[in-house]
Ligand binder design. Sequence first.
Ligand SMILES: Cc1cc2nc3c(=O)[nH]c(=O)nc-3n(C[C@H](O)[C@H](O)[C@H](O)COP(=O)(O)OP(=O)(O)OC[C@H]3O[C@@H](n4cnc5c(N)ncnc54)[C@H](O)[C@@H]3O)c2cc1C
Ligand SMILES: *[C@@H]1O[C@H](CO)[C@@H](O)[C@H](O)[C@H]1NC(C)=O
Ligand SMILES: *[C@@H]1O[C@H](CO)[C@@H](O)[C@H](O)[C@H]1NC(C)=O
Ligand SMILES: *[C@@H]1O[C@H](CO)[C@@H](O)[C@H](O)[C@H]1NC(C)=O
Ligand SMILES: *[C@@H]1O[C@H](CO)[C@@H](O)[C@H](O)[C@H]1NC(C)=O
Ligand SMILES: *[C@@H]1O[C@H](CO)[C@@H](O)[C@H](O)[C@H]1NC(C)=O
Ligand SMILES: *[C@@H]1O[C@H](CO)[C@@H](O)[C@H](O)[C@H]1NC(C)=O
Ligand SMILES: *[C@@H]1O[C@H](CO)[C@@H](O)[C@H](O)[C@H]1NC(C)=O
Ligand SMILES: *[C@@H]1O[C@H](CO)[C@@H](O)[C@H](O)[C@H]1NC(C)=O
Length: 585
Amino acid sequence: MLASLSGALLLASAASASKLSLASADCKLIPGSPAWPSPGEWDALNQTISGRLLRPRPPAAACHEAFAEFSDGVCTTVRTRWNSSQWHSEQPASNMWQNFNGYSCLPTEEAPCSDGGYPVYVVSARERAHIVAAVKFAKEKGVRLNIKSTGHDFLGRSVQPKSLSIWTHQLKSTEWHPVGYQPKGCDFMIREPAVTFESGAQMGELYAQAKERKLMIVGGDSKTVSGGGYLTGGGHSPLSPKYGMGADQVLEIEAVLASGEVITANECQNQDLFWAMRGGGGSTFGVVTNFTVRALPEVPITVWFGTLRSNASAEAKWDVVTHIFREWPKLGSEGISGYLIGNPWSTINVPTLQIIMPNTTSRDDLQKLMDPFVAGANNATGGQPILRGGSTFYSGYGNFQVPRTNLTRARDPTSTFPGTGQSKLITSWLWDTEALASPNLKQALMGSTDNETLLFTDFTAGPGTHSPPFMRGGGNAVNPAWRTAWVRPAAEMNWKGRDLDKLRERMATLKTFERALISLAPEGGTYGNEADFSADNWQHKFYGSNYPTLLEIKRRVDPDDVFWCRTCVGSEGWEETEEGQLCRV
Ligand SMILES: Cc1cc2nc3c(=O)[nH]c(=O)nc-3n(C[C@H](O)[C@H](O)[C@H](O)COP(=O)(O)OP(=O)(O)OC[C@H]3O[C@@H](n4cnc5c(N)ncnc54)[C@H](O)[C@@H]3O)c2cc1C
Ligand SMILES: *[C@@H]1O[C@H](CO)[C@@H](O)[C@H](O)[C@H]1NC(C)=O
Ligand SMILES: *[C@@H]1O[C@H](CO)[C@@H](O)[C@H](O)[C@H]1NC(C)=O
Ligand SMILES: *[C@@H]1O[C@H](CO)[C@@H](O)[C@H](O)[C@H]1NC(C)=O
Ligand SMILES: *[C@@H]1O[C@H](CO)[C@@H](O)[C@H](O)[C@H]1NC(C)=O
Ligand SMILES: *[C@@H]1O[C@H](CO)[C@@H](O)[C@H](O)[C@H]1NC(C)=O
Ligand SMILES: *[C@@H]1O[C@H](CO)[C@@H](O)[C@H](O)[C@H]1NC(C)=O
Ligand SMILES: *[C@@H]1O[C@H](CO)[C@@H](O)[C@H](O)[C@H]1NC(C)=O
Ligand SMILES: *[C@@H]1O[C@H](CO)[C@@H](O)[C@H](O)[C@H]1NC(C)=O
């Protein structure tokens, strides 16, 4: 059982030789290390945080006889809800994609179950002081530290084995500033509506509150993603082609640093951290407790929704898809966004296309752009009319976004995001004007998927991300590749089961898809939140020319690497061993 766990983790870390008998200064402690904190020391931590220290069992323990939690009734519930992203968000240590916890505990009796792929202790934070205590404890004792908010991370960066984890999911309070916000320590007011929210707040909650105030915020196209990973990673939105990246909207960040110090970062103080924590990645510079972001007056929108005809040939579907990419800048330059999701090779998982135009006065604003666009796409097949759809006008952005991001409904596993509770691998790339004009466009697209892989494209870049209409502090650490890109195609692999040969095969195939995507913009980069966790040269691919400055800031504020995560700034100094231990390279 440990063999399969370590096998998957080995793959997961693309790691090399295991290390033996290392001095503790070279490795973070794991249970069994002589210096691992004693029960008394854990109790003392528990007391400083009002008894909020959990020692959670693996999320599917109820399905396994070896665990005291074994229960048919509970197991049935776990099984029923296993495909719900909100369910995994609500568990203290669970993550959505099982390959990132080494398939260490699945809700079937046949599968093994151990706690070896999950954090050992979890601080279920209800206030800032709990986070401070956890960070100080991890730093003093040399214990591996993890941060989990929702556990959505596509690179498995919110589940670290044998760690102490800070769980921010309960931190959700918000405070709206309808007329403006004065950043702390600044002697001026930013006269835009804004909201301060704790970092565990999820998109669906923020959208619902914004709508009540006739406001909208630049957030992800997701119910359940939280501010913590989204804003620190950059954050793209259906509103981004018009209004900029999520990180571009940030006015202020409050965070707990590795030293345990609580800081405020904005354009008037801690400017370097303000820059770095807007795009330079989560779990790197500190634990964010609060974000303050600007809000916008709510605008009406028009949404066009269409599908490709399922019985069309794969060739014709690829022609249409290629046309959509090729011609996208015509729509994108109007501040329009879109999502193309599906598999042109397949007759079942036929691509759907959703296009969103903010600030319209009627559905015709978008429809009159879509008519020639769709005609051109169908003409590209030699005349088979296989793309069809139509526009709907919404008098407010919230009327569209709030019902579809309802968190109550997100608990229903039938509204699942592809792959939830199963295995998932992603690779993506950002394509600019030149890439979309390439004669190899169709070939690159066709080379980026097979019939088991979704082509999942976010058309979420445009004028607003190229030169942001709003940005405080003169700039931020969002990957510069976003500033020239129009689209972010991704190959997303989802499959069932825990077969390590299958995982190896999928990882190898992912590399061929990655090469196809990269081929159109080899000097470019990608979005580190939606990328291949095992990418080589990730420093350049995920952070671009910002990397050296980000690394300098990381070394200054966290010289001991209290915060670590895969592909995060400074993470190259450590590697994961077969035992799930983190050791200096
Ligand atoms: C269904 C789905 C839809 C998505 N849609 C979009 C989208 O529309 N746009 C987009 O840009 N991205 C999207 N993403 C990607 C998303 O931005 C990332 O998965 C992101 O990492 C999720 O952040 P989280 O806080 O919810 O998740 P987690 O997995 O809990 O955390 C992600 C990372 O951030 C760190 N982190 C979390 N909270 C904090 C904190 N308070 N302080 C410091 N570090 C922290 C974690 O340690 C981890 O490294 C989507 C993902 C999914 C699964
Ligand atoms: C922490 O303290 C609470 C309250 O006393 C207790 O219920 C809980 O079990 C403790 N946690 C651990 C890991 O011992
Ligand atoms: C969860 O998803 C898997 C893979 O798609 C599927 O086989 C399973 O039936 C789903 N479970 C539930 C309860 O819907
Ligand atoms: C962080 O946000 C929460 C929710 O609005 C608020 O209660 C808390 O006071 C904020 N902290 C600071 C320092 O502003
Ligand atoms: C596909 O189905 C449509 C009806 O949905 C039909 O009109 C069309 O002829 C079919 N095309 C092919 C190529 O079979
Ligand atoms: C929407 O469009 C109107 C009219 O052009 C403009 O005055 C307003 O600023 C726009 N609002 C937003 C949020 O884009
Ligand atoms: C349709 O396709 C043909 C051949 O590719 C091309 O010459 C023509 O300009 C296209 N017409 C339109 C309206 O896009
Ligand atoms: C979400 O859906 C539930 C149940 O359908 C409903 O009671 C609730 O009001 C909805 N929430 C929002 C914000 O629309
Ligand atoms: C998927 O592709 C493989 C290899 O090309 C082929 O053998 C298989 O039949 C295809 N499966 C489906 C469901 O189309």
